[in-house]
Design a protein around this ligand. Structure first.
Ligand code: UD1
Length: 427
């Protein structure tokens, strides 16, 4: 599986333009939501990432066919012949497989789902998903690692999350669209990818109020009333942040076409504090970001929080930037206990980081030095590539299949900006 490496050598400043693909954390959920209606869906701005292929396989097993009709376009056909069983071999490969639960339960009243896998960090329970659906009338039984869910027809409910879980918000939303009556989700997650899912559901005929806020109100429609639709996936703010981080450590001037400042507000402010000059060009779907860096960064303290706070997915990039910044930065992780594993890899490159529990203290060094490292997950893998841009000599990143799960041609895009980077077969 893990035969390839990404080789990076330090190069000069990055220059040019990079197109930001659609968001992994949106497209996978939109794909799952096609279970809600028969017909032909078209998704555009679909990233070419491995997880889209895995989600397509999972949906194919359940009964929805997908076909890439253009490099960034996916046609999905739901013929109505659905078998609401999500098999272990596919579910274990991708966390977002849990997103078939809401649509299948809402529309068909029964689901058999193996417990999901995905990135191997910390424990990722689904109790909030299950409690919310229970409040709507579902019953669950766990047998031999398989969740068997049933509900004659779900009914509306008032659901207050103790924590704004992204996945739980999505599953309640996609179940509620066919529930009898009104569902109110309080303390809902507010990530731009949730608003994207809401807009997708509305374009299918769902009634949702409060989109983009922490209170979502869903007025259920009759089963079968929703219809297929076309939709452009929201741009990937995490991939956008990756190119910002690349310019930050290399210096240079780059335009990120499609990146949306309004989805990255807090991060852009903190990057400004670190010394980056970032300007927003245009608005909405036509927007871009221009970033300029002279390659010298200042340290900051950062804590991850649910949106609109700094996303946990940005953290490996921020830690990497801090490794070469002036001063000391403290990074606090509030969402996942196990998300500092890549620190050892950065230390191999000469970074001065002390991680303890939820905190990492990062003391900037003048220069990282290239070494072989291994990507432990998607975002950490990309961060190691960025670290390689700032390291003397050659950095070789193994575990490339993790990066491929969430990045659409990271190597090609960075090379086009002038980075000295290539993919090579195993030595
Ligand atoms: C999604 C993203 C992931 C991102 C995360 C937080 C996808 C495929 N993944 O994951 O990249 O890092 O949002 O922005 O979109 N929790 C519970 N019980 C639950 C649900 C969650 O305890 O029922 C906990 C989790 O263990 C975790 C925290 O809540 O500690 C955040 O989880 P959640 O917001 O649900 O993230 P995901 O949807 O899994």
């Amino acid at each position: 599986m893990d035969d390839e490496r990404i080789l990076i050598r330090r190069a000069g400043p990055l220059q040019g333009e990079v197109v930001i693909p659609g968001a992994k954390n949106s497209v996978l959920k939109l794909m799952a939501a096609t279970l809600l209606a028969d017909g032909e869906f078209t998704l555009t701005n679909v990233p070419a990432i491995a997880d889209v292929g895995i989600m397509a396989e999972l949906l194919e097993a359940i009964g929805v066919r997908s076909e890439r009709v253009a490099p960034d376009q996916l046609r999905m056909v739901n013929s109505g012949n659905i078998n609401p069983v999500a098999p272990y071999e596919l579910v274990e490969r991708i966390r977002a497989s849990i997103n078939v639960l809401g649509p299948l339960l809402g529309r068909f009243g029964r689901v058999s789902l193996s417990l999901p896998g995905g990135d191997d960090f910390g424990s990722r329970p689904i109790d909030m998903h299950l409690h919310g659906l229970e409040a709507m009338g579902a019953t669950f039984e766990l047998r031999h690692g398989v969740v068997e869910a049933t509900a004659e027809r779900l009914h509306g409910a008032d659901i207050t999350f103790e924590f704004p879980s992204v996945g739980a918000t999505e599953n309640i939303l996609t179940a509620a669209v066919y529930a009898k009556g009104t569902t109110v989700i309080d303390n809902a997650a507010r990530e731009p990818e949730i608003a994207d899912l809401c807009n997708f559901l509305v374009s299918m005929g769902a009634h949702i109020e409060g989109i983009g806020s922490s209170t979502l109100t869903v007025h259920g429609v009759e089963r079968g009333e929703l219809h297929a639709t076309q939709h452009a996936v929201v741009p990937d703010r995490i991939q956008a942040a990756t190119y910002l981080a690349a310019v930050a450590v290399s210096g240079g001037e780059v335009v990120l076409r499609g990146a949306r400042a309004d989805h990255m507000d807090m991060l852009l402010r903190r990057f400004h504090d670190m010394g980056l000059t970032i300007t927003s060009i245009g608005a909405g779907a036509e927007s871009s970001l221009a970033v300029w860096s002279h390659g010298q960064l200042r340290s900051i303290d950062v804590a991850t929080l649910p949106y609109p706070g700094i996303a946990t997915d940005y953290k490996p990039l921020i830690v990497t930037m801090l490794t070469v910044a002036d001063g000391v930065g403290i990074v606090t992780e509030n969402l996942y206990p196990g998300r500092f594993r890549y620190v050892e890899e950065l230390q191999r490159l000469g970074a001065d980081i002390r991680a303890d529990g939820h905190h990492a203290v990062v003391r900037g060094v003048r220069q990282l030095s290239g070494a072989p490292v291994r990507a432990p997950d998607i975002r950490a893998g990309a961060a190691l590539v960025v670290a390689g841009l700032a390291a003397d000599g050659e950095t070789s990143v193994a575990g490339v299949h993790h990066v491929d799960r969430g990045y659409d041609d990271l190597v090609g895009r960075l090379a086009a900006l002038g980075a000295d980077i290539e993919r090579v077969p195993a030595p």
